[in-house]
Design a binder for this molecule. Sequence first.
Ligand code: ADP
Ligand code: MG
Length: 253
Amino acid sequence: MTVAVQVTDLHKSFGSTPVLRGVDLTVPKGSVTCVIGPSGSGKSTLLRCLNHLEKPDRGEIEVAGQLVGYRRHRGKLYELKEKVVAGQRASIGMVFQGFHLFAHLTVLQNVVEAPVGVLGVPREEADSRARALIARVGLAGREDAYPRQLSGGQQQRVAIARALAMRPEVMLFDEPTSALDPELVGEVLEVMKDLAAEGMTMVVVTHEIGFARSVADTVVFLDEGRVVESGPPADVLDRPGHARTREFLARVR
Ligand code: ADP
Ligand code: MG
């Protein structure tokens, strides 16, 4: 097994409020991990630590074998410069609840922007790859549309294409369907399902228990900043070992 993401004893507080209290997580390459848990349990903070948008207080994070945010020298950790961290971040795709597309750019420009600007991919190459990705998320023909001309589901699919354009090692999703009208949820989950089937490593924070059951290799239940239990969906979702997991599932189903 190749490990894509390794989180060890991750702690994070905001002021005096502990939000992550010793989280361990191993995500094998090519696997899908769904993180579930009540609002405020630290799910977003965990994802934000993975790409160093939040700085951990304690613990370590490795993505593709590389320490995120730090370098180790003779057993001690030294913080990396923001520019270096930005480079690391480029290999970690992130899709948020809101779509965060550039409103003044077309679909194609949204997808082409970072590969050209950040990775230095020649425009022609980035352009043809972007078109392929736009087709892959089911939006062929909408390359020249602006975000406001698209539905929420279409915008979220563009956001996925845009993240994929950076050829990430891992894709992080933070409640990607929570802001969508119910009838648009399915089309986004379908794209994510295809991505999983193609072997993309994914960490998905979601309340879509059906998606977690059918797509996740591992379901992690986070509560009050701790992993209460984790395992295959058939265990965590259908035979949870902890009362807190049972109570949570009873509420979201
Ligand atoms: P979840 O995504 O599971 O709902 P979050 O990780 O967003 O939980 O938040 C966990 C807790 O941390 C919440 O109580 C939230 O208010 C707090 N929190 C998150 N980000 C910040 C921040 N930047 N400053 C202060 N408190 C924060
Ligand atoms: Mg959240």
